[in-house]
Design a protein around this ligand. Structure first.
Ligand SMILES: Nc1ncnc2c1ncn2[C@@H]1O[C@H](COP(=O)(O)OP(=O)(O)O)[C@@H](O)[C@H]1O
Ligand SMILES: [Mg+2]
Length: 349
């Protein structure tokens, strides 16, 4: 068997009384995208910071690209890139100045750093913004510049910590394209996300984590299959009657009913298609008119609900990534000064 990109056993990290990562096992193959999915505070950032050797585990063991995180952190840092959930670019510098600075830190001559920087800006559709200060960039542009910065040297393994949290859908699609391009170039990616759809779209395998523990692992299809054979989705004609419809579905199908963000939509697990007919009859008898009705595979939202007993994180507000809400998670790690600048990738030689 080829050596995996990451092999972790029983990883533990405590912050005072709070066990942020509580015995995590991960086995991540080389190549492709591995998704770590979980709500805010689940322990995603803490887990990847341990694997990126920015934070020392309190227990367990891990090898990254064949190197032990305790014994050979330097060898690991030389081979990886880490893009932080909270971009750490110099706001007062322009896009190109940020990349040149990083390139110089990584040992490029200024001419070579500039050439590499311009190539990356072009690849990330930021050429027009090259000479603009980063503080004037949108959230999506920042995120792209941050990823560009971590690619000055092509890494074997890249950690992308919530690369699309709080950015608009168009930028999200651009970041997805970038991620797919990186994978096509041979880089292994460990992606954390709160977005089920993102994990579903990108990741070949997913670990779902909650309260510091891996609660499920597998391909998106396997995770979906775990919760049952299918799903029933309905949209009521009058959103005002959704609650009534939800009660009827719960009663006739006997599974938990998910209120989707669309105010007229409901979905539920369906292990037996015949139950759908019973539900439909009951809705009709009650005079609840349906606009659409569909049988399908369960969504990852339903998987999450089934696994954790609570709905997945609702979409954060668009400023989420720029507010200090994530304060504790990003506080400077005393173990290693590089922890203060997870986005720079400056820990590589
Ligand atoms: N540097 C830190 N100091 C104290 N507590 C922290 C620190 N980093 C994270 N935590 C706590 O650990 C838990 C997991 O956080 P985190 O790994 O950031 O989760 P996620 O990235 O999944 O949102 C949270 O309860 C968080 O408050
Ligand atoms: Mg995080």
């Amino acid at each position: 068997m080829p050596e995996p990109a990451i092999e972790a056993r029983g990883l533990i990290k405590r912050f005072g009384d709070n066990t942020a990562v509580d015995g995590v096992d991960l086995s991540i193959p080389r190549g492709g995208i591995y998704g770590v999915l979980g709500p805010n505070g689940a322990g995603k950032t803490t887990a990847i910071r341990m694997l990126a050797t920015l934070l020392r585990p309190d227990g367990g063991q891990a090898t990254v690209l064949g190197h032990d995180v305790f014994a050979e952190p330097k060898a690991i840092r030389e081979k990886i890139a880490l893009t932080g959930q909270f971009a750490s670019l110099d706001e007062d510098l322009t896009g190109i100045e940020n990349l040149v600075l990083l390139g110089r830190l990584l040992g490029y001559s200024s001419r070579a750093a500039r050439a590499r920087g311009m190539d990356l800006l072009e690849a990330f559709s930021l050429t027009d913004a090259a000479n603009r200060q980063v503080k004037k960039y949108s959230g999506g542009m920042r995120r792209r510049l941050d990823i560009a910065g971590s690619l000055i040297v092509t890494p074997e393994l890249m950690f992308l910590d919530e690369p699309t949290t709080g950015i608009d859908p168009r930028s999200r699609n651009q970041v997805w394209d970038i991620i797919r391009t990186l994978v096509a170039g041979g880089t292994t990616i460990l992606l954390t996300t709160q977005y089920l759809e993102e994990a579903d779209q990108l990741a070949g395998r997913i670990a779902v984590i909650d309260h510091g523990k891996v609660i499920a692992e597998g391909t998106p299809g396997q995770l979906k299959a775990q919760v049952g054979s299918g799903a029933l989705k309905v949209r009521v004609a009058d959103a005002g009657r959704r609650e009534e419809a939800a009660e009827i579905l719960a009663r006739t199908i006997g599974a938990e009913v998910v209120r989707e963000s669309d105010a007229a939509a409901l979905s539920t697990r369906l292990d037996e298609n015949a139950r759908a007919a019973v539900a439909l009859n009951a809705l009709e008898e009650a005079g609840v008119e349906l606009e659409t009705f569909a049988l399908g595979q369960p969504s990852l939202d339903e998987v999450f609900l089934a696994l954790t007993g609570k709905p997945a994180e609702p979409d954060a507000d668009p400023q989420h990534d720029e507010t200090p809400a994530g304060g504790p998670a990003e506080s400077v790690d005393p173990v290693d000064p590089a922890g203060a600048a997870p986005g720079t990738g400056a820990n590589r030689k």
